[in-house]
Ligand binder design. Structure first.
Ligand SMILES: *Cc1c(COP(=O)(O)O)cnc(C)c1O
Length: 410
């Protein structure tokens, strides 16, 4: 048996050698006090910290309406759904959530999955069954879940250079005009915080008679007048065939979905193994997610979106003011370029231990080597005091570690 244990040890050692073995930080968020949390060190001792790298972008994970909806459904119906969607696991809470999501994106239908990862993987891999000979054009920086879905589907694929519409056009024009085509991309790329060229891609899709598939995971809840995403904000939502989103980031709960025509949703529902052969979401989770989507559609949501953008602008302005190399594409994500995995980890460790600030270092393979970074996610629950503490800590550390101060990266 030692050959198996040796192989496991060697595979883990490779990660250690390359400096990309992941250690998880053990935290307990404090409901009602986000972004504050308690960190338990490996030795069991505890420290109060502020979370600066969460994806609960608007603090909806502690919103009273969300929690009330979850309590209510839990008390009414119990813990789990008790089945797959097909076999006893479709409840009124699932149907309400899907109706809420279809309305959000002004589509005929929506389909809820275990997560947005599963929604991307299951949908993209299944479209090949529905459209034989489908060619998928995929942005080079698409999320791992889309890459997996495209790969597992097994058909033809073309990778276009990130956000490069000219390259996409070149690839489209090389293929048989009669072949079914789909362009898969994101509205916000979460590591740089840059936007996908939605309008230009929709123009190309029209010209080449291709379907469009957008991942709005880092935009739903946060952009557009009702929080439907960047495509809504830019008046392009009706031009997108399939919209993918998560219920776990700005909506603060759990689960993922697609929204599309009733016909498309019916086909994916009927063919995708990742949808069919798994237990549906617990009703309390579906109820909480629906409450969050509903809340963020309204005026309360709009107020949070404005606050969110303001917080991001303040943080960027202050970090830039100190000459830190931040990457700024005008979204809510604030990456600070470090460019070295060892420095990146060291800064993260010092922020946590000395300043009670938790920001996970982002290293290869999540981002290319040489572009290692700290990625901050300000939110409406990060007040002026938290921002001030973060800015002072970064200033002190940059001096202490004698790191370069450079022009902000555009
Ligand atoms: C986080 C993420 C997902 C997966 O969403 P989950 O609901 O957490 O599975 C999909 N796409 C992108 C771009 C993401 O960042």
């Amino acid at each position: 048996m030692t050959r198996y244990t040796d192989a496991i040890d060697q595979s883990l050692q490779r990660l250690h050698d390359e400096g990309r073995y992941r250690t998880f930080i053990d935290i307990e968020r404090r409901q009602g006090q986000f972004p504050h949390a308690e960190w338990t060190r490996p030795d069991g001792s505890r420290k109060e910290i502020t979370v600066w790298c969460g994806n609960d972008y608007l603090g909806m994970g502690q919103h009273p309406e969300v929690l009330a909806a979850m309590h209510q459904a839990l008390d009414a119906t119990g813990a789990g759904s008790g089945g797959t969607r097909n076999i006893s696991g479709t409840t009124v809470w699932h149907r309400r959530l899907e109706a809420e999501l279809a309305d959000l994106h002004r589509k005929e239908a929506a389909l809820v999955f275990t997560s947005a990862y599963i929604a991307n993987d299951a949908t993209l891999s299944t479209l090949r069954t529905i459209f034989p000979g489908l060619i998928i054009y995929s942005d080079a920086l698409n999320h791992a879940s889309m890459i997996e879905g495209v790969r597992r589907g097994g058909g033809e694929k073309r990778i276009f250079r990130h956000n490069d519409v000219a390259h996409l056009r070149e690839l489209l024009s090389r293929d048989d005009p009669a072949a079914p085509k789909l362009i898969a991309f994101e509205s916000i790329y979460s590591m740089d915080g840059d936007f996908g060229p939605i309008r230009d891609i929709c123009d190309l899709a029209e010209e080449f008679d291709a379907l469009t598939y957008i991942d709005e995971v880092h935009a739903v809840g946060m952009y557009g007048p009702r929080g439907a995403g960047v495509a809504e904000r830019d008046g392009q939502m009706h031009r997108i065939d399939i919209i993918n989103g998560t219920l776990a980031k700005a909506y603060g709960v759990f689960g993922g979905y697609i929204a599309a025509s009733a016909r498309m949703v019916d086909a994916v529902r009927s063919y995708a193994p990742g949808f069919i052969f798994t237990t549906s979401l617990p009703p309390a989770v579906a109820a909480g997610a629906a409450a969050s989507v509903r809340f963020l559609k309204g005026e309360g949501g709009q107020a949070l979106r404005v606050q969110h953008q303001t917080q991001a602008r303040i943080l960027k302005t202050r970090l830039k003011g100190m000459g830190l190399p931040i990457i700024d594409h005008g979204s809510h994500i604030v990456p600070v370029h470090v460019g070295n995995p060892v420095h990146c980890k060291m800064l993260s460790d010092m922020l946590l231990e000395d300043h009670g600030i938790y920001v996970q270092p982002i290293n290869f393979p999540t981002v290319p080597r040489g572009t290692e970074r700290l990625r901050f996610t300000p939110s409406p629950v990060h007040g002026p005091q938290e921002i001030d503490r973060l800015v002072r800590a970064m200033d002190a550390l940059w001096a202490q570690c004698a790191l370069n101060r450079a022009e902000a990266v555009a």
